[in-house]
Design a protein around this ligand. Structure first.
Ligand SMILES: Cc1ncc(COP(=O)(O)OP(=O)(O)O)c(N)n1
Ligand SMILES: Cc1ncsc1CCOP(=O)(O)O
Length: 522
């Protein structure tokens, strides 16, 4: 039996708000798009469980949705359910298989890659991976997995027909992050999300289910084109970065920036110079409204003062297909910053991560390059191309590593960029302005592509080629710095900064294309 696991409702009668009956709640959820129902009754006696299972079966049949019973094979047999869900300490799959009809669906809970491997050998039809996030629906004893580990845990499912759903603390706000976090290097990913409270505890289960279903449907539609364009040439990339600047000027995207106090004015000026529109907003209360306006979002955690705003902003951006550029300033400097970066990357899916060698080293857990405050020290990575490619693969986004030479990867391709001037290193906030510039280009390309493509997504999370946007964003800053540094009025860092802003505003698509020093490494 082929099951659509997209939105897997696990029941929780005790969580239903007063005034809504179990049947009403379930029917609303089914109307909202639930594709599988599991009856989970942890305290009911056999008679009550049977009654609830029968009522559920009736509604599942009406909406042609399969019915799974939690733990109890006898109840599954009694109501002729489509299958059972078993825990690690419940009846072994092989025994359950003998008791159930030949075509019964058997799912099992897994918390580790080894458990998934065993589930595959035992003949499970699907695995329920969790708990992914904190939940108050069940007292969980296994470690929380977090969205970023799911792809690794699921590896044993590659080349099998065993399906997977994630469970535990899944809500419409983190659904997208969890789905994208599950993409394995082979491209395989979760088949759906299993949810209790976000649907059943809602006063409007239809709307709650629909929100979740939309997130899964969008994810599945966009999975057909995961990576950026398959083949780039130096010439095509040179043309594309110039074209990208043309889009910035045409679209003039809104670039929402949560950045540090040191560089706020400078970054806003750089955004305007590029031809876009900055808004430096940090309050969590305004994030939902801002995320509805197409454009780009920059999250630069340099002074780490608006953590809640950063979390909410990224989540709303993900929901609205807006690119999120993460600049983990000084992440290697303190363990607090490292923890916070992990918290942010678990909360939302970054589109581009941009950092210097020390920052990329800290995120990669590499000891090859260290940080001193917000700067990196030492001679750099022995294999920078592999470093950026690995991090891009692990975080499922584009990674840009800046320095005397800049490296950009989408997890598949790697380019080396050779523009820039030492004076950039003599002013504060030049790295932050690169983040701003990347967010500006990402915003412009996503708006332009979204308008052209309408409903056809070209990228997993945002429309438009974010690899090109990252290259163009870095190159616009480095090339403007080269031009500014050559001006006779530039005497040193003090005169360089205004000259640089001038040159950024005067930069043309033709000059950007012509001057970009790009080498495709792979
Ligand atoms: C889809 C899905 N995944 C995991 C679970 C958890 O099952 P289990 O570990 O048996 O714990 P209980 O649900 O029995 O408390 C599930 N029910 N559904
Ligand atoms: C049954 C179960 N198994 C692991 S977490 C969980 C509860 C999930 O509930 P919620 O979706 O409300 O977090």
């Amino acid at each position: 039996m082929e099951i659509d696991y997209s939105l897997y409702l696990v029941t929780g009668r005790n969580l239903i708000p007063d005034g809504i009956t179990y049947e009403d709640s379930l029917e609303q959820a089914l109307k909202g798009g639930v594709t599988v129902v599991q009856v989970r009754e942890k305290t009911a006696d056999t008679g009550e469980f049977l009654e609830v299972a029968r009522a559920t079966k009736k509604l599942c049949e009406k909406y042609k949705v399969p019915l799974i019973i939690n733990d109890r094979i006898d109840i599954a047999l009694a109501v002729e359910a489509d299958g059972v869900h078993l825990g690690q300490t419940d009846m072994p799959i092989k025994v359950a298989r003998k008791l159930l009809p030949a075509n019964a669906i058997i799912g099992i809970s897994c918390n580790t890659g080894e458990e998934v491997e065993k589930a595959v050998s035992a003949g499970a039809d699907y695995v329920g991976i969790g708990p992914v996030c904190a939940t108050s629906t069940k007292q969980v004893t296994s470690p929380l997995l977090g969205p970023r580990n799911l792809g690794d845990i699921l590896v044993a499912l590659e080349n099998t027909n065993v399906k997977s759903v994630a469970i535990g603390g899944i809500k419409s706000t983190n659904a997208t992050r969890i789905l994208f976090g599950s993409i394995m290097t082979s491209g395989k990913s979760l088949d759906g999300l299993a949810v209790v409270s976000d649907i059943v505890a809602s006063p409007e289960p239809l709307i709650a289910a629909k929100r979740l279903k939309d997130a899964v449907s969008y994810f599945k539609a966009s999975r057909t084109k995961f990576s950026s364009l398959d083949s780039y040439t130096t010439e095509s990339l040179k043309g594309s970065v110039g074209e990208a600047l043309r889009y910035v000027r045409e679209v003039s995207p809104l670039v929402h920036q949560i950045t540090n106090v040191v560089v706020t004015t400078q970054s806003a000026n750089a955004t305007i110079a590029l031809g876009a529109s900055p808004i430096m907003a940090t309050s969590p209360e305004e994030m939902e409204d801002l995320a509805r306006i197409p454009g780009g979002l920059l999250i630069n955690f340099g002074t780490l003062t608006s953590l809640e705003g950063m979390i909410v902003a990224g989540q709303h951006a993900n929901q609205n297909k807006k690119p999120v550029v993460f600049d983990p300033v000084g992440v290697g400097a303190t363990s607090f910053r490292k923890r916070t970066a992990a918290e942010l990357l678990n909360a939302w899916q970054a589109t581009v991560i941009k950092g210097n060698a020390g920052e990329i080293g800290a995120l990669s857990n590499s000891s090859e390059v260290q940080s001193k405050g917000v700067d990196s020290t030492g001679s750099g990575f022995t294999d920078p191309a592999s470093t950026v490619r690995s991090l891009a693969l692990r975080e499922r986004c584009v990674v840009g590593m800046t320095g005397a030479v800049d490296w950009v990867s989408d997890g598949k391709h790697v380019v080396r960029l050779g523009n820039g001037h030492p004076l950039l290193g003599e002013i504060t906030g030049s790295g932050c302005m690169v983040g701003t510039s990347v967010a500006t280009f990402c915003g412009a390309l996503s708006v332009a592509a979204g308008a052209e493509l309408k409903e056809v997504p070209s990228n997993p999370l945002v429309d438009g080629d974010m690899f090109v946007a990252a290259i163009a964003g870095i190159s616009a800053v480095t090339i403007a710095s080269e031009i500014a540094a050559l001006r006779p009025d530039v005497q040193g860092p003090g005169t360089f900064l205004p000259a640089f802003i001038d040159e950024l505003s005067k930069l043309t698509p033709e000059v950007l294309s012509e001057k970009v020093n790009i080498e495709i490494v792979s």
